[in-house]
Design a protein. Sequence first.
Length: 314
Amino acid sequence: MPSASPRALQSPQKTPNKAALNPNVTNVVLGNLHIKPWYPSFYPEDLVGGRKADWLYVCQWCFKYTSEIMKYSTHCVICSMKSEPPYGEVIYDKDEYVIHKIDGEESKLYCQNLSLFAKLFLETKSVFFDASTFLYYTLILKTPDHPYGQVAGFFSKEKMSWDNNNLACILIFPPWQRRGLGQVLMAASYVLGKREGRFGGPERPLSTLGRKGYITYWCGEVARFILGCPKQKTVKIKDVSDETWIMPEDVVAALKEMDVLEKRKTASGSIVVNKSKVRAWAEKSKISMDPVVDVEAFVEEEEDDEEESEEMEE
């Protein structure tokens, strides 16, 4: 099955015109799932160049691809990843899903192929063959028919972000959308960002679907914080931001979206939030007061105690 070449997929660019958004693959098969692509991806020219490929077959374990069903069938039988744990290290394990952290430098081909597949469902996000400067976090659903589960989506982030972004690209694959899994990845990105001292948010500008997902997440987090505060307590935007690790402007965007701001302001000019409206919004939106992810379920990275001990002895 073909592998990605080391050239860049796409550099940052303006939103392409409508014609450029037409998928260059009509049908894609992931494992035994048939999915209709939404946008074009940057698969090799001999596969999609100058024409639209009718069928593309993608391995659900390693994300290698081919347009030939016989090659695909053979690969699925012998793929080494079928009987091995997914790439990366476990950083979160709770209930029915696990999150793995993958270094794009150490698993270049896998991350390249993952990005190529993801681009079929991403509109204007930049995707690169040079995965070495990114970390990838795959969301793996535990399944009864496979010991290591199924990759259902991922998010990526730059190892070094000048804008302090805690996330560059996020996608839940279409068969697993509308289950709240995107919220899990968003929440994980904020927990990891807080641990790293990376105070920021997703890379901007957000797509239409991306903004919708983030507004949902921000509203839920802000509502949980406000409803958890004692009565008669004055809460500042900074208080909400410091606790949730959500940027102040995104906190304000959430409050406006929930329509819980009073027209009046305090004597000092501060905005006023109607707590009863927040509660009504949370009930209507069926917002759980439990956090999206369990902070205790994140796996701490182990330090090399033995190496540190040897260095001290010297």
